[in-house]
Design a binder for this molecule. Structure first.
Ligand SMILES: Nc1ncnc2c1ncn2[C@@H]1O[C@H](COP(=O)(O)OP(=O)(O)OP(=O)(O)O)[C@@H](O)[C@H]1O
Length: 346
């Protein structure tokens, strides 16, 4: 009997090709499209439904708009209003998307679930590890450190061994021209560009939260006026004030509505704390600087030591200083292309 698998179908090129590949591998594929956020007509959903029809597979639609708004969009706004820089895609992966798809998989009698991310899973010494996708330009491992071992044991990533160009070509060769030509999605699904107009629009009373305050230097001297602390992020360099020296946002102080500016040399740190930590196994971390820590999607890795503390928190010690470590963003630990875990910077 064929193994039944539930595939997240966003309507984009990647999950569409994932559907085709899973069918070719002999799975009985059911597609699911989550309605997370909609402004106007949902063409992605229409495309997913259409492709499922062409492929002759069952498709279900799940209206997740309310839980998405309450958990991901609200978190996104709360983080900015607390002076932090949110990472909504990780929040959604950690707390919503995978939980929902696995629940639906149980309901539909599917043992396995799949999505079109460019990553792989390997099983080694009784552990599951997410590993980097073959296409370095598309690798999405940075977003998936929150997956648990139980979740990983049921997940299949059909695209991890391919480059995006291969994936487009596979769709074209099989006659799915429109699928092969779809644009890549950028940023969060509900706010892909500048977050500031989005934040103002979503707040019922934006002026209550966002109003002018002081730019300060590290000594507490007032340097000028800003438009409201939620409109700035740690590490930001552009759109500040005109000074005859280069400055960055070093700190955001919501209680006083101050935004502290500092030169680059003040932006470096050699340690920081993380919370909501998830790791494959603590015993994989030693007391040496033996894991690579990455704090931004396309940033370099730094050799680190992780000291686990209480309540899913940890201290990350860096072998060399890193600049612009923004609270709210994530730190992800890698060894030999495998993800060992991660956490939110606090
Ligand atoms: N609304 C959704 N419903 C179901 N699955 C989804 C949805 N959004 C994303 N996914 C799943 O998550 C995967 C990664 O999505 P993401 O938006 O990060 O990447 P993408 O490269 O744009 O993918 P795609 O080309 O398939 O849209 C998708 O390939 C799909 O399997």
């Amino acid at each position: 009997m064929k193994q039944r698998i539930l595939l997240g179908m966003s309507g984009g090129t990647d999950s569409s090709v994932a559907a085709i590949l899973l069918l070719e591998q002999g799975y009985e594929v059911i597609g699911i499209t989550f309605r997370f956020w909609e402004e106007g007509e949902n063409f992605h959903l229409q495309d997913a439904v259409k492709l499922a029809g062409q492929l002759g597979i069952q498709h279900v639609t799940y209206d997740a708009r309310e839980v998405f708004r309450a958990n991901v969009v609200q978190y996104f706004m709360d983080e900015y209003l607390s002076g932090r820089t949110p990472f909504p895609c990780v929040k959604c992966n950690n707390e919503l998307k995978w939980k929902l798809i696995l629940e639906e998989a149980d309901r539909l009698g599917c043992d396995k679930v799949a999505m079109g991310h460019y990553v792989n899973i390997i099983q080694e010494d009784n552990h599951y590890f997410v590993t980097e996708g073959k296409d370095p330009e598309k690798d999405q491992s940075f977003f998936l450190w929150g997956l648990t071992q139980a979740q990983l044991s049921r997940i299949v990533f059909p695209l991890g061994q391919f480059h995006k160009t291969d994936v487009r070509a596979m769709a074209a060769v099989r006659g799915y021209k429109k699928v092969s030509e779809k644009k890549d999605s950028l940023g969060a699904c509900f706010c892909s560009g500048d977050y500031r107009p989005f934040l103002k629009k979503q707040l019922a009373e934006p002026d209550k939260y966002i109003y002018p305050g002081n730019f300060m230097d590290e000594e507490g001297n007032v340097l000028g006026t800003h438009d409201g602390f939620p409109l700035y992020t740690v590490g930001q360099r552009r759109g500040l004030i005109h000074l005859n020296r280069k400055v960055f946002v070093k700190e955001i102080r919501p209680e006083t509505n101050d935004v502290v500016l500092a030169p680059l040399r003040s932006m470096y740190k050699t340690e920081f704390l993380i919370r909501d930590v998830n790791v494959v196994d603590k015993s994989l971390f030693s007391s040496e600087f033996d894991v690579l820590c990455r704090i931004r999607y396309r940033k370099q890795n730094t050799l680190s030591r992780v000291v686990f503390l209480e309540n899913r928190t940890a201290r990350v010690e860096l072998s060399e200083p890193l600049e612009s470590i923004a609270p709210g963003q994530t730190a992800v630990f890698y060894r030999d292309g495998r993800i060992l875990g991660g956490g939110f910077i606090s």
